[in-house]
Design a protein around this ligand. Structure first.
Ligand SMILES: [Zn+2]
Length: 265
């Protein structure tokens, strides 16, 4: 019985070798192998994309659209244990041409940023999604801390008495700040990447500025970048910033910068 089995196997194997030597069978074999190869490659690519997406889904971005319908002049400490205080939340500026309040512009742009980041696969939380709220700068920072956000992006519009001044500014917690030195490196690295993306798309960026006087930075335990999109006190920039395509383009730069930050983290 055993010998019978072995000789049957030898015959079958010889048959396979013989068939394998003939061209049609070889071609069939080759095309099958290359098909399997292609399937493997595309499923590998799919796995990579899936991994990338899963990785991003584990990153949480907190977006803070600056200001709110009504400012709140009650004071709060500018940092944990600090004797210095500031208004809980200021009312922000107003567009010189559009007459749009800053809190409206900030939420318009922030909503676009949220959409782009979510489509990239990030988890996103926002400190506010409507105007009629009262959340102080301290509370916004604590919210992001409690959520364990991996990055906070604060969106603002700038204002100046000099209407000729224009350009975006990127603010980060100060390197030597009493409360902020621990979050400087990561915040700065993300700010650099955002600035690069904005420079490459032709936006006027005045620079990256360290601040140790912002309540929203001083209470933050997680990296944070504040983007002043441009001057609402400049006629031209005010008009541009209200253009949905302009907003979309700038928010894309911020989202691309954030994405690169986590890719290279
Ligand atoms: Zn502002």
């Amino acid at each position: 019985m055993k010998i019978y089995k072995i000789s049957l196997m030898v015959i079958i194997m010889a048959g396979i070798l013989f068939i394998g030597a003939s061209h049609p069978a070889q071609n069939f074999y080759k095309s099958t192998v290359s098909m399997i190869g292609a399937t493997n490659k595309s499923s590998e690519l799919k796995d990579e994309n899936e991994k990338d997406k899963n990785k991003k889904e584990s990153y949480l971005i907190c977006i803070d659209p600056g200001h709110q319908l009504r400012g709140d002049g009650n004071s709060e400490p500018i940092g944990p244990g600090s004797p210095y205080t500031k208004a809980r939340v200021s009312s922000g500026t107003v567009g010189i041409s559009t007459k749009k309040p800053e809190y409206v512009l900030n939420l318009e742009a922030s909503s676009k940023l949220k959409h782009i980041l979510v489509s990239k696969g990030f988890k996103v939380v926002m400190t506010r999604e409507n105007h009629d709220v009262n959340i102080s700068n301290l509370e916004r920072a604590v919210f992001a801390n409690n959520q364990k956000a991996n990055m906070v992006i604060r969106i603002h519009g700038d204002g100046s008495d000099d209407s000729s001044i224009s350009g975006a500014s990127i603010l980060v917690p100060a390197k030597s700040g009493k409360f902020t030195s621990g979050i400087f490196d990561d915040s700065k690295r993300c700010a650099d990447l955002i600035k690069n993306k904005m420079d490459n798309k032709g936006f006027e960026v005045n620079g990256i500025f360290e601040r140790d006087d912002l309540t929203g930075f001083n209470w933050s335990k997680v990296p944070v970048v504040l983007v002043e999109m441009g001057f609402m006190s400049n006629y031209n920039e005010d008009e541009m910033m209200s253009n949905p395509e302009y907003q979309e383009k700038m928010m894309q730069c911020i989202a691309d910068g954030v994405e690169e930050y986590f890719k290279t983290n």
